[in-house]
Design a protein around this ligand. Structure first.
Ligand SMILES: [Zn+2]
Length: 241
């Protein structure tokens, strides 16, 4: 069955922008649709804490989720992101109920939530669903591996550029409400390094950085500064670039 290009909406009439759901055939989507709950996802909302069982899968429509690893001493680092191209709770499609990864909204938005056991059941009923979602889950794992390498091997400036491009692809933001504390976690580095990285990007005319917000002024320049990880990650999970 060829994927449908027709517009899709949930039962409440909310237009679906999630690319996984949009790529389903009408028949497969009809199976999933009755089980989707539209949910608002505010800034810093925790979809699932580290170690909590995976009860739900959420297909993001808008906004962006950070996948986070937290250490016992209270430090944390972002190891992946999910936007409208993907879904949270991905390990559950392979039958896994535990993961050390925390899922937290980094950019407020909304999504369509489904019980993870229900989705697994639908996957057994219809192989098209199972293969699409397991494929995404494996790609998300590759994304996490690439970001682990990036965090270890590339400079704070390159990583900040890479993150801003990934976020821009998912949310098309004009201005991001970013604090230095957040960037410190994101880059896994100290405040002074963050200021240097953001300052360098600003000097190159790629961003405008103020105390509480950050704006992309020239995407092309940002792409030139970013490490190759951006292109690799875009190809993996966005199917583009
Ligand atoms: Zn990199």
């Amino acid at each position: 069955v060829p994927p449908s290009s027709a517009q899709k909406a949930d039962f409440a009439g909310n237009t679906i922008q999630n690319k996984l759901l949009l790529s389903l055939s009408d028949e497969a989507f009809a199976l999933v649709r009755p089980h989707l709950d539209f949910v608002d996802l505010p800034f810093h909302y925790i979809l699932r804490g580290s170690g909590d069982p995976v009860r739900f899968v959420c297909f993001l429509n808008k906004g962006m989720t950070s996948l986070i690893i937290a250490t016992e001493n209270g430090n944390s680092a972002e190891v992946g992101v999910v936007g409208k191209e993907g879904m949270t709770g991905a390990p559950s499609v392979a039958g896994l109920t535990r993961t050390p990864i925390e899922e937290m909204m980094q950019i407020a938005g909304n999504g369509l939530r489904i019980d993870s056991k229900k989705l697994q059941g639908l996957g057994q009923q219809r192989p098209e669903l199972h293969s699409l979602f397991t494929r995404y889950a494996v790609l998300q794992g590759m994304q996490i591996a690439q970001i682990a390498g990036c965090n270890r091997l590339h400079s704070a400036e390159q990583r900040l550029a890479r993150w801003l491009l990934m976020t821009h692809d998912r949310t098309e933001f004009d201005s991001l409400p970013l604090t230095q504390e957040f960037l410190t976690i994101l880059l896994g580095t100290t405040r002074s390094y963050v200021s240097i990285a953001a300052g360098a990007l600003q000097k190159k005319g790629a961003i405008k950085y103020e105390r509480q917000s950050l704006r992309i002024v020239n995407r092309k320049r940002l792409e030139r500064v970013s490490c190759e990880c951006y292109r690799i990650l875009a190809r993996l999970t966005m199917g583009s670039v």
